[in-house]
Design a protein around this ligand. Structure first.
Ligand SMILES: Nc1ncnc2c1ncn2[C@@H]1O[C@H](COP(=O)(O)OP(=O)(O)O)[C@@H](O)[C@H]1O
Ligand SMILES: [Mg+2]
Length: 234
């Protein structure tokens, strides 16, 4: 489904990604792990079309998205759940979700969509008339993910969804990610909580200083403390 081949991404003259290659198959959950500053967010932003690689190739189901802008990438079934939780804080949960449906069908079939969203996030239903700024960090993260599902993606790029959350919410987000994958949506998951990421995923990549250093089965990495120490420090 998603194929990333030898992409190189720069911030001005600073060369951050070096020949990064990875794949995500239909419905697959893949962990993408590495230390702070390794290039995880840059990789997700490059796939999403927020940064353009110099060289390399990105395709989704055969469609070339290497130079595509974010809205085109989105139309091709990819969504990014960013680490900085993008919701409209002065709008209600309902309004936030409605806006996420505008590009799809002008929010015409909102009720059906909301039934699905609230089956994944019952807590958001309870908060439907609350404004974004009245939500806890965990609820804001749920709303960010729910908004990401507005475009009915085939692949969700999830950037550190549990960062800064209380342990109780970490569990909730973990369960929601499992549910999303059960619905057939593939995940490329960046997460500092490596144990959680490796439990959800079947395969994993380790990136260090913009270079993919390891790829393999998540179960192998769970047992391979030496590799984890080398690239994650845990
Ligand atoms: N907007 C930017 N301008 C310049 N350098 C950046 C920018 N964003 C990130 N970087 C640098 O790119 C490298 C990779 O960053 P990032 O992809 O955010 O890492 P990660 O998400 O793995 O923590 C780091 O060295 C970081 O300092
Ligand atoms: Mg990051």
């Amino acid at each position: 489904m998603l194929q990333v081949e030898n992409i190189n991404t720069f911030y001005d003259l600073s060369h951050v990604l070096h020949d990064v290659s990875l794949t995500v198959a239909e419905g697959e959950a893949v962990a993408f792990l590495g230390r702070n500053g390794a290039g995880k967010t840059t990789t997700l932003k490059t796939i999403m079309g927020l940064l353009t690689p110099r060289g390399g190739k990105i395709t989704m189901n055969g469609t070339d998205l290497t130079e595509a802008q974010a809205h085109t990438v989105s139309l091709n079934g990819i969504t990014l759940v960013p680490e900085d939780r993008q919701i409209f804080t002065n709008l209600t949960v309902f309004e936030n979700l409605k806006i996420s449906r505008l590009p799809v069908d002008g929010a015409k079939h909102l009720d059906d969509h909301l039934d699905w969203i609230f089956s994944l996030f019952p807590r958001l239903k309870e908060r439907i008339n609350n404004k974004g700024n009245q939500l806890s960090g965990g609820e804001q993260q749920m709303l960010t993910m729910a908004r990401g599902l507005g475009t009915e993606p085939r692949l969700m790029l999830v950037d550190e969804p549990t960062e800064g959350l209380m342990p109780a919410y970490v569990e909730t987000i973990h369960n929601v990610l499992v549910e999303i994958q059960k619905k057939g949506i593939a995940l490329l998951l960046v997460e500092q909580n490596f144990r959680m990421a490796l439990t959800i995923s079947k395969r994993a990549y380790l990136i260090e200083k913009g270079v993919i250093r390891w790829e393999g089965a998540s179960s192998d990495l769970l047992e391979d403390q030496e590799t984890r120490m080398r690239y994650l420090g845990v």
